[in-house]
Design a protein around this ligand. Structure first.
Ligand SMILES: C[S@@+](CC[C@H](N)C(=O)[O-])C[C@H]1O[C@@H](n2cnc3c(N)ncnc32)[C@H](O)[C@@H]1O
Length: 188
């Protein structure tokens, strides 16, 4: 049932032009989760739950870890919740509605994995909002770094302070275009 829901969500994203990570980037994200074996992941930008489902599949297989995912559009968050229910992973996820930079300030528990895929000019504010609860080390993954201008402050910070690597992906829909994901290992 899980794989069927994931395929349906991917199809809905394509048909309705809902932004999603897509399978190539999602595999990198899943590999990062698998490697980190995190206790608590925070995702900024749920949309209708495509990337969340990829994360939750790894957590379910690992048998540990939870996800807090934040989305500003209530209708998106409701659809994501329904998709998590249908996929049988709702018990592993807490879906919150609001501006991620504000919601992250309210999370009190240690966070060992942060995935940024919300408004691009909000990445640094999200990082700053959660930094005091990041574990040492913690994994940071940021999408869409191929268009770096809106997130320049975030990229400058992670690239100058931590072990940070850009992973490039060719666009399937727009040949000749590429985008990147930044994977950084936060440490104090
Ligand atoms: C690229 S999409 C996320 C795709 C999703 N991670 C996936 O791969 O399935 C970006 C999402 O961030 C949401 N968003 C935009 N600004 C936001 C904010 N300030 N706080 C939280 N979510 C935001 C948008 O409504 C949109 O659903």
């Amino acid at each position: 049932m899980f794989d069927q829901v994931l395929s349906e969500v991917e199809e809905q994203c394509r048909a309705e032009r809902v932004p999603m990570l897509g399978p190539d980037k999602a595999k990198l994200l899943a590999n990062c989760v698998e490697k980190a074996k995190p206790t608590l992941i925070v995702e900024c930008g749920t949309a209708i739950g495509y990337s969340g489902l990829w994360i939750l599949r790894v957590l379910k297989n690992l048998g540990s870890g939870r996800l807090i995912t934040v989305e500003i559009e209530e209708a998106n968050a409701q659809r994501a919740r329904s998709n998590f229910e249908r996929a049988g992973v709702a018990d592993l996820v807490n879906s919150r509605i609001g501006d991620a930079a504000e919601v992250l300030k309210t999370i009190q528990e240690p966070v060992d994995f942060l995935f940024l895929d919300n408004n691009k000019d909000g990445y640094y504010a999200c990082f700053q909002g959660i930094e005091s609860r990041l574990t040492n080390p913690a994994t940071l993954v940021a999408d869409n770094v191929g268009r770096p201008e809106p997130m320049a402050a975030y990229l400058e910070h992670v690239r100058s302070h931590y072990d940070s690597e850009t992973h490039w992906f060719e666009s399937r829909r727009r040949p000749g275009h590429r985008d990147g994901m930044e994977v950084s290992i936060y440490c104090r």
